[in-house]
Design a protein around this ligand. Sequence first.
Ligand SMILES: Nc1ncnc2c1ncn2[C@@H]1O[C@H](COP(=O)(O)OP(=O)(O)O)[C@@H](O)[C@H]1O
Ligand SMILES: [Mg+2]
Length: 237
Amino acid sequence: MVLIEARDISKIYQLGDTELRALDRVSVIIEKGEFLAIMGPSGSGKSTFMNIVGCLDIPTSGQYLLEEVDVGKLTRDELAHIRNQKLGFVFQGFNLLPRTSALENVQLPMLYNSVPLKERNEKAIAALKTVGLEGREHHHPNQLSGGQQQRVAIARAIVNQVPVILADEPTGNLDTHTSIEIMELFQKLNVEAGITIILVTHEPDIATYSRRIIRFLDGHLVSDKPTIEDQKGLRKG
Ligand SMILES: Nc1ncnc2c1ncn2[C@@H]1O[C@H](COP(=O)(O)OP(=O)(O)O)[C@@H](O)[C@H]1O
Ligand SMILES: [Mg+2]
């Protein structure tokens, strides 16, 4: 089943007299349940693409469909609702609220749709358990390691039972050992909960956890292969 369809998407930034094509006629289909890595050098359009897929930005031209809904036709409120119900975001810098417990951080996406406190608590505790942080509910971010903070962020991303997680360089601030643990967690969420994972990374080792790799260069989608094929290509080159 198709989850995400980008049809000929371009994103153009006007910088004075010059146009910067951050994305140039990108078309891609992502099915439910995929584990997809997005690679490419800095400035190639990865984050621009993720922002559009995450309904945080709209393309200059082209169409973006999420679960067959044309996102370009939605109102601001409808977009906010979709972001809250369909998309979980994980960032390189964790983006947790400081001086706020893990439990409260994970509850944030449920404040939007006014879930009752008891249910909010139960769901946040369950999400923290899923990411391996049982017993850390009342720790604040500065009392947690980087890996634990990223687990809190992942619990926050999944607490509304979203079908898709968008992760932009989620291991960029973590050491190798912790990165592996985080990738194994994404793998578990993909395999056991069926959550579609879309991950930006510039590290080949991290990308091997995916099953498909698409590559951007200068705003163009230049490669789209199963991960095994992509990695073979790398070794030859
Ligand atoms: N808000 C913006 N205004 C102008 N140019 C931008 C903006 N956001 C991104 N860009 C430019 O678009 C291109 C793609 O950026 P980005 O998607 O962030 O690349 P990546 O995530 O692959 O490093 C870059 O040349 C970047 O400078
Ligand atoms: Mg980026």
